[in-house]
Write a protein of this length. Structure first.
Length: 561
């Protein structure tokens, strides 16, 4: 019976790959990554071009600087965290059951290693050791043949997916978990191990693959044991008696018979990209060159889940320790890379940072793509991308507070509102994925469902019309309080004139006094009257009159229908 099927995808020199995946201009150079604190800095990762020039893992910074033509980069934990999230998302497209296998037995570089490589492995074993310089995932691909074909074809598709995201990885497939991950760490291509042939496939791997401590490694070197195949030929009982209980697992690993309990992880979908600059960036063109690649990665990841970008936030770390943030929010979610980059350019141009940049973080919020069904005789509306670019340019000209959608303030002050960013809300999605409601444009044209909320029959006068009001004092008695009654004097409107017509008041209801913002310069104190009046030509009107006591002025605010 088959024991399942495991696929291991292994990325060597991961610190270098994490830094170079977003900097395409550096991929043609010889790059080494420096880890540690001065003066004990050392090379933890490098690319192939640096290896061809004579650089090696474990070199000190001084030794690396003596090699001509190398670009030295500082290791970035934030870049690696973002790269691991992208790496995991690519793997999750092929299987939901994934286990991280970085730093365990069998993930030491199984290729021939020099003194620098061996010293680097020993450094990782000590206390306070740095993070692993490789990243590996094991996928449970049992039963995926109908979706992706045989294991060889699935491995090729996964490797191509990672290459498109900017990673170089080796892939190995085996029925045994440990055999797959040890084989993936030893090759630079794709390897498929038939079931039952694990011992033969692992026989030529060096003994350093097991990541033994110095004492055990020296013992095997003294015995002349250099490969896993040679270790597998030793009697298990005698090996355990001499080397201890750990030797039982070593022997099982060499034959591909080690057991493993698969523990899948649950990744979180987080759209975020980070890039640290080698030198402070002052020109916006240099910033957008990197930002274009970061936006491309964010859009690709969102498209993999049939989503679009609803908002994009840029966090820029400034030279000197400051932080500058800006955000763009398209009217509708979009996957247009050039359009999003243009919005980011306009936003940064309108709100430029006050110092040079040392790092850039882009965070995005995903949403479903909005699609509007237009009518046959309905005029075509502007493209959302052109609308957003136009709004961004208008904001740069007239200011943020003068462009957008007006929103009423939660206050009694008449006409109080604020401006918010313009956006087109999409249809509501029900519990079972069904569409509820319709777009505002559809409702205005009579499409979809109609709003059943009752609306007030009120015609506002925009702007409010100044009027001259004749008032007369009237006595008004307040409700009884403590067996006493207090009389108040109110000025009731009798007639008013708006400059063209004269009106006589038939009935007046009020006043309703409101006031607020006494602590601010723009304090307000108004009195409202609902008035039934008769014009000079005999027509009757119902209107709303207000008196602004801060300015001592009367205004005609609205007519009632």
């Amino acid at each position: 019976m088959s024991r399942g099927l495991n696929l291991c995808v292994y990325a060597a020199e991961f610190p270098a790959q994490a830094l170079l995946r977003l900097r395409t201009d550096w991929q043609t150079e010889a790059v080494v990554v420096i880890d540690g604190r001065a003066p004990q800095e050392w090379v933890c990762a490098l690319n192939r071009r640096a290896e061809q020039k004579g650089a090696a893992v474990g070199m000190t910074r001084l030794e690396a600087e003596s090699v001509g033509g190398l670009r030295l980069l500082k290791r970035s934990a934030e870049s690696e965290a973002g790269a691991r999230a992208v790496f995991l998302e690519c793997a999750a497209k092929f299987s939901p059951r994934i286990e991280e296998a970085s730093g365990g037995d069998g993930l030491a570089n199984a290729r021939p290693m020099g003194t620098h490589r061996l010293s680097q492995v020993s450094k990782c074993k000590g206390p306070g050791a740095p993070m692993p310089t490789e990243y590996a995932l094991v996928l449970d691909i049992a039963g995926t043949e109908r979706l992706f074909g045989p294991p060889q074809q699935l491995a090729e598709r996964l490797r191509d997916e990672l290459a498109e995201a900017g990673f170089r990885a080796s892939v190995a497939v085996s029925a045994n978990y440990d055999a797959a991950r040890m084989k993936a760490a030893a090759i630079r291509s794709i390897g498929v191990i038939p079931e039952g042939a694990e011992a033969e496939a692992l026989a030529q791997l060096p003994i350093a693959t097991l990541r033994l401590d110095e004492e055990h490694a020296a013992t095997f070197a003294l015995w002349g044991i250099g490969t896993l195949g040679e270790l597998a030929t030793l009697p298990e009982a005698e090996l355990v008696a001499r080397m201890g209980p750990e030797a039982r697992r070593w022997h099982a690993l060499t034959s591909g018979a080690a057991e493993h309990a698969f523990v899948p992880i649950e990744p979180e979908f987080l759209l975020e990209e980070f890039c640290a600059f080698e030198a402070p960036v002052e020109q916006i063109d240099s910033l957008l060159f990197v930002g274009a690649r970061m936006i491309d990665c964010l859009v690709t990841r969102s498209e993999g889940r049939a989503l679009a970008l609803r908002s994009l936030e840029a966090e820029m770390r400034l030279e000197g320790g400051g932080v500058h943030c800006c955000a763009v929010r398209p009217a509708v979610p979009s996957t247009d890379r050039k359009f999003l980059l243009k919005l980011l350019q306009l936003e940064i141009g309108a709100h430029p940072p006050q110092a040079a940049l040392v790092a850039l973080t882009l965070r995005a919020e995903a949403a479903q793509q909005s699609k509007v069904q237009l009518g046959l005789f309905t005029p075509q509306t502007p493209e959302p991308a052109r609308l957003d670019v136009t709004l961004a340019r208008l904001r740069a000209l007239v200011g943020e507070e003068r462009v957008g959608s007006p929103v009423l303030e939660d206050t009694h002050r008449a006409g109080a509102f604020r401006m918010e960013g313009f956006s087109i809300p999409g249809p509501k999605i029900g519990t079972w994925g069904t569409q509820v409601g319709s777009y505002p444009a559809q409702a205005e044209l009579g499409w979809g469902t109609h709003d059943s909320v009752p609306r007030m029959a009120l015609r506002r006068v925009r702007p409010a019309r100044s009027v001259r009001v004749l008032v007369s004092p009237t006595r008004k008695t307040s409700p009884p309080q403590s067996a006493t009654r207090k009389s108040q004097t109110a000025l009731q409107p009798v007639s008013f004139r708006d400059g063209e017509h004269a009106y006589s008041v038939v009935a007046a209801y009020g006043p309703w006094r409101t006031s607020g913002c006494w602590w601010a310069v723009d304090a307000w104190n108004t009195e409202e009257w609902d008035v039934l009046a008769k014009a000079s030509d005999g027509a009757s009107v119902a209107c709303l009159l207000t008196c602004d006591y801060t300015r001592c002025a009367w205004r005609l605010e609205a007519f009632y229908d």
